[in-house]
Design a protein around this ligand. Structure first.
Ligand code: PEP
Ligand code: MG
Length: 899
């Protein structure tokens, strides 16, 4: 009875959409077979088989049977038998996960060769040298990747044979030489792995397949997945394919090509070819490759066939494809294709080119670019023609191009900054202790950590350039050196880091402004001028313009900005913000104005407090006049003061020490300081984030909110008087109960009515609140009775839903959580759709049930995160609000979410 195939699929049985089951390589091989392209026969072992193997520690029984069936089919198609003594069929075994993944076992070629089939191959190919060379390659690859033997041992044995034969290069070795190498290799296998090189072809195949399965869990593969947020449980597929040979003489060869230029997008012939070679020779760079166009002269027929296949693939995939191929004695074989990787600039250009060629729609074009790519294009970058070679490469964690002196610690960073230098903080990894150093630096470089490491998260938050996880770096903070290979760099030496590509350079590299940034902030004419006639830059600007305008046309989500000052607001508006979604007014009290708040806190009587609050009204009024002027005509959500009061007071320990020192010296303590100390002690909270902040503060010290409300109302009157169109909205933070909002709202309405009465100007200022506590989301239906709008504060909502302190958690244990797969990304970066997102959805629904059409937005950091934006679109929000810099990214992603 036939077994239902679940683990093994002939190439003719799948298609390109089955990447989950067949892996990327397998799915695309199947697609090429469907298209009638010349793919060597073979089959794909599914990711299901891999998962079963990893779960049980052994291959499922059915796999053995299904492999036999598929293998026989392959043999029948090609008319030869696997590992047979005569005309042997040989196989390549290659890994192929859903996402291409360096760090996993790649390839074993020539599987099926042994002491007898090598003779059969020699006769078949009429080339004894080729056959023994193939056999020694098999033992080498098998030894290295399946048996985990140090590759250097094989390389050394080959070198020894060359020395013995008195030749300089591999191709000069004779068949007899290769026979000796094979014997030496077998001995290496025996010595190192403790087993004979397996002579049974099927044993070779089974071991190679299991080696691919095992390679899913190598340390490097796990590390890569963690960095790229690829789930750990996908497993890899294995592709088993009949060998075709590019090294059967001058009429054979192997190459790689792209259907269009992956850096410019231009259609044409891009690729490399190496005659009389196997795939790994191209990668190993043993000989110089030829430009693909040369193949036309060497072998016009294969070249024409390849061009036809390239066109067919591009027509079919309707995208840039990259291809691996082999020519065996004048016959073209397609070994692999996939959608080609490309630079951010090429992504935009290719997308609009394909539209202009009528191959894709504008909707599809929008799907071909991403907010991350756009943000890469917005940062200044190193001049492409600088000719400086990178010293090392890490992960580009926060884009930008920074040049500065190396510093190793906070003191070094601040001292050099004060002296006027630009500095780059170099650490093995960073922790919250390094914050002062980061603040003083133009960039941060770490040897360890991934894209959610402390350095990466903090740098992105600050909009500073960061390269993390550059493992080649040996950082010695005591010696104040960083070593890369043989290069030792000292404190004070200049380095340059590229936060987009992760490249690290020694010395100055010239930085150029991004023309796309000029486009975003000054418009297309200015950008075209800044392009200085460079056609590629002009083309890029046009592509970005077309796609961004299209996104603006199709998106439903509006995009606002989080901006606290008029300056930020102007910047946000230039970049297309349609309003302000969050003005954090507490930021207006930092710096010199801190003392105003201090006076409010220290006030002991009502009169004292009023006296302390009064001078704040004109100051705040002026803030709001400026902000509302900058946002004239656009909605401007002003949030009443939020943070714990101790943030405005001196540090408890510092102050206690100061007072104690004075006492010890027998000096009279400063009465102001004593008063301050008493206040700090009184207000000290174990969990300030869960303490007296937000609306709680507004209820405890009513004057604070009142003065802000008055200032907003008066600023509005002033601007209306000037014929402007101010559109303020008052937002109450940290509401957990409808009653809290109701009290504030009643007071606000009285104050606004009072301002109207004194000025004679009617005011219409919506009052709403943040939804940033689970209770607020759970009771949103009631809160909506009092709120005219909602704004989800997903920072606090994440903090309180998970119970993760947003200030500590990233450094404390996120690394472990990411390692063990509890998290795949920090929930403070990308919204946790299942948990926190559920509260958002509930809040929206309940709010709309009470108050149909209630305006709902989000102003947590997630408002600028691409994946989260797609979530907010689906959840039916009206707008997202993000940092001014992210506005273009949010516009693009909101458009992508809508198509
Ligand atoms: C939030 O909690 O998501 C929010 C926007 O407020 P803040 O970050 O100021 O607490
Ligand atoms: Mg908050």
């Amino acid at each position: 009875e036939a077994i239902m195939a679940t683990f093994v699929f002939d190439f003719s049985e799948g298609n390109k959409d089955q990447k989950d089951l067949l892996g990327g390589k397998g799915a695309n091989l199947a697609e090429m077979v469907n298209m009638g392209l010349p793919v060597p026969p073979g089959f794909t072992i599914s990711t299901e088989a891999c998962k079963a193997y990893l779960k049980d520690g052994k291959s499922p029984d059915a796999l053995r049977v299904e492999v036999t069936q598929a293998l026989r089919k392959t043999e029948d198609q090609i008319g030869r038998h696997f590992g047979a003594d005569k005309e042997p069929l040989l196989l390549s075994v290659r890994s192929g996960a859903k996402f291409s993944m360096p760090g996993m076992m790649e390839t074993v070629l020539n599987v099926g060769l042994n002491d007898t089939s090598v003779q059969g191959l020699a006769e078949f190919a009429s080339d004894e040298r080729f056959a023994w060379d193939s056999y020694r390659r098999l033992i080498q690859m098998f030894g290295k990747t399946v048996l985990d033997i140090d590759g250097e041992l094989f390389a050394a044995a080959l070198d020894a044979q060359k020395a013995k034969a008195g030749v300089a290069s591999d191709p000069e070795l004779t068949a007899a030489d290769h026979k000796e190498v094979v014997a030496a290799y077998k001995q290496i296998v025996l010595d190192e792995a403790g087993l004979e090189f397996p002579q049974d072809p099927r044993t070779q195949l089974n071991m190679a397949i299991e080696a691919v399965f095992n390679s899913w869990n190598t340390e490097r593969a796990r590390l890569y997945r963690r960095r790229e947020r690829i789930p750990n449980d996908l497993g890899t597929a294995v592709n088993v394919m009949a060998m075709v040979f590019g090294n059967l003489g001058e009429t054979s060869g192997t190459g790689v090509c792209f259907t269009r230029d992956p850096s410019t997008g231009h259609s044409g012939v891009y690729g490399d070819y190496l005659s009389n070679a196997q795939g790994e020779d191209v990668v190993a760079g043993i000989r110089n490759t030829l430009p693909l166009a040369e193949l036309e002269k060497l072998d016009p027929k294969s070249y024409a066939d390849l061009r036809a296949a390239m066109r067919q693939l591009e027509t079919h995939y309707r995208d840039l494809c990259d291809i691996e191929f082999t020519v065996e004695r004048g016959k073209l074989w397609m070994l692999q294709t996939r959608i080609g990787k490309r630079t951010a600039a090429a992504a935009f250009r290719v997308a609009t080119q394909l539209v202009d060629e009528h191959l894709i729609t504008m909707d599809e074009a929008l799907g071909r670019v991403s907010g991350d790519q756009l943000s890469q294009l917005l940062f200044p970058h190193f001049a492409a023609d600088s000719g400086v070679m990178p010293l090392a490469k890490g992960l580009g964690a926060s884009p930008g191009a920074s040049v500065g002196e190396i510093v190793f610690d906070n003191d070094g960073a601040t001292a050099r900054k004060e002296a006027g230098a630009k500095v780059i903080l170099v650490r093995r990894e960073t922790s919250p202790d390094d914050l002062p150093g980061m603040v003083a630096s133009v960039g941060v470089l770490t040897a360890r950590g991934g894209k959610t490491s402390h350095a990466a998260v903090v740098a992105r938050g600050m909009g500073m350039c960061a390269v993390v996880g550059a493992e080649a770096l040996k950082v010695d903070p005591n010696a104040k050196t960083v070593t890369v290979g043989g290069t030792v760099l000292h404190e004070g030496e200049i380095i340059a880091i590229d936060g987009a590509t992760g490249e690290i350079f020694v010395g100055e590299v010239p930085v150029v402004d991004s023309p796309v940034m000029v486009y975003i902030s000054e418009g297309i004419d200015a950008a075209q001028q800044a392009a200085h006639g460079d056609p590629e830059t002009q083309d890029l600007i046009n592509s970005v313009d077309r796609l961004l305008r299209y996104a603006d046309g199709v998106r439903r989500l509006r995009v606002r900005a989080n901006a606290d000052t008029a300056e930020d607001a102007i910047r946000a508006r230039e970049r297309g913000a349609q309003g302000i979604g969050l003005c954090r007014t507490e930021h207006q009290f930092l710096g010199e104005r801190r003392t105003y708040v201090e006076a409010v806190i220290l006030a002991e009587t009502e009169d004292e407090r009023t006296a302390a609050l009064d001078p704040l009204v004109p100051v705040q009024r002026q803030d709001f006049v400026e902000l509302l002027t900058a946002m004239d005509g656009l909605p401007t959500t002003i949030r009443l003061i939020d943070p714990p009061l101790h943030e405005f007071l001196p540090d408890l320990t510092e102050l206690s020490v100061k007072v104690a020192v004075a006492e010890a010296k027998g000096e009279e303590a400063d009465p102001h300081e004593l008063k301050l100390l008493a206040a700090v002690q009184r207000m000290h909270e174990a969990n300030p984030m869960l303490g007296l902040r937000g609306v709680r503060l507004g209820l405890k010290i009513p004057g604070l909110f009142d003065l802000q409300i008055r200032a907003i109302a008066e600023a509005t009157v002033e601007l209306l008087g000037q014929g402007k169109r101010p559109k303020p909205e008052i937002m109450v933070p940290l509401v957990g109960s409808v009653r809290e909002l109701q009290i504030i709202r009643d007071r606000a309405e009285k104050i606004i009515a009072d301002v109207t009465a004194t000025t004679g100007t009617a005011l219409r200022i919506p009052i709403g609140c943040m939804i940033e506590l689970p209770r607020a989301a759970l009771t949103a239906g009631r809160i909506a009775e009092e709120a005219e709008f909602f704004s989800f504060g997903t920072n606090d909502l994440t903090q309180t839903t998970w119970g993760f302190s947003r200030d500590d958690v990233e450094s404390a244990f996120f690394a472990d959580y990411l390692e063990s797969g509890v998290l795949t990304i920090s929930p403070f970066e990308t919204l946790d759709g299942f948990g926190v997102g559920k509260l958002v959805k509930m809040g929206v629904e309940a709010g709309r049930a009470t108050r149909p059409g209630i305006h709902v937005g989000v102003c947590g950091e997630h408002g600028g995160d691409p994946e989260s934006i797609h979530f907010f679109h689906a959840a039916g929000l009206d707008y997202v609000s993000c940092s001014p810099f992210r506005v273009p990214v949010a516009r693009l992603e909101a458009g992508r979410a809508a198509v």
